[in-house]
Design a protein around this ligand. Sequence first.
Ligand code: ADP
Length: 384
Amino acid sequence: MAEIALKDVQKTYPNGYKAVQSVNLDIPDGSFFVLVGPSGCGKSTTLRMVAGLEDVTAGSISIGGRVVNNVHPKDRDIAMVFQNYALYPHMSVYKNMAFALKLRKVPRDEIDRRVKIAAETLGITELLERKPAVLSGGQRQRVAVGRAIVREPKAFLFDEPLSNLDAKLRVTTRAELKSLHQRLKTTTIYVTHDQEEAMTLGDRIVVMSKGLVQQVGQPLEVYRAPVNRFVAAFIGTPPMNFMEGSLASEGGRLVFNEGTATVGGRAGGAGCRLPLAESLASRLAGKFTPNAPIVLGLRPQVFAPASPGLTDRPTIPVTINVIEPLGDQMDITCSTTNNPSLVARLPASTDFTPGQTAMLAVDTAKLHVFEPGEFGRNLTIERT
Ligand code: ADP
């Protein structure tokens, strides 16, 4: 068991490309941290530096209080599970799992004990004599995890371990990995580009972009209070909708007017106009310039079909383009004057048909307001 700390860790590859700008992370003993972000943001590079498979250009990495920058990977006491599993095809499952222990000259009966316990834990006892070629993807994945478990390492490092599984198996296997961590409580760093996988697995998620950590937090905390527009767009399904516009006080209420200030505030009156809830307005007090450009963030879940019971909520007129049923809910893609593609998640009972116009009510207490730009700060959250 061990805590892992990254202090101002940077990585520049020999071709001059700076894949990791500066990463600081304190990963407590026993926790499950998920590094998540779009492809190329530096997640794997960060993980590989912890594993010792890549050198650190600057900064330091410590495991269990010991700086390991110059420690050989095999002496770091960590176990890594890769996307492609990297099983030895000519060895049985048993031998695959026993191999690293044999290299370390662990006594034979101790190897046997650990392999059998791990196989039992993972439900693969009946596969021990088989070769990897005859196993399904899910079974191979478990063997790869088993091989990591038997080493009883200080930490597990997972690099997209579920990517090769079909959608259904990914969901069941990720639940198994979570339950395994709850039992073993081994410090884990897990890399994925899939935000849903990150949300469901991690105690903490680390959202990365362009070689930098954008936010670290509990999954729901990051979902509810994304620090900037990038995080808001990346975390949550379907993704958050954005409208450009500005804020102004009108008749004692704070109002969002769609259309940028530079093209005349309300875009000739054609854009959406949303009086904001008092609770949101008070969080924004003193944080914005009236009529200056801002970006409004609307999660698909803030919409509801306009109804007499929701008269306190402002409405926007939309044209329904596509309806995607999901069981008890449905996603609709609709358009407004300024937005060709706005997504709303509504109850499945909503009686809409493609092509019709409709009014959607907006729960403005749950909106987010960002400064302009891809990484514009979220002005609606409290900063500590
Ligand atoms: P992620 O895991 O987030 O998809 P990576 O950490 O694999 O991203 O890569 C981050 C960036 O570094 C990418 O732009 C990738 O092309 C680049 N990169 C990765 N490995 C090397 C390498 N050996 N040499 C040069 N650039 C690399």
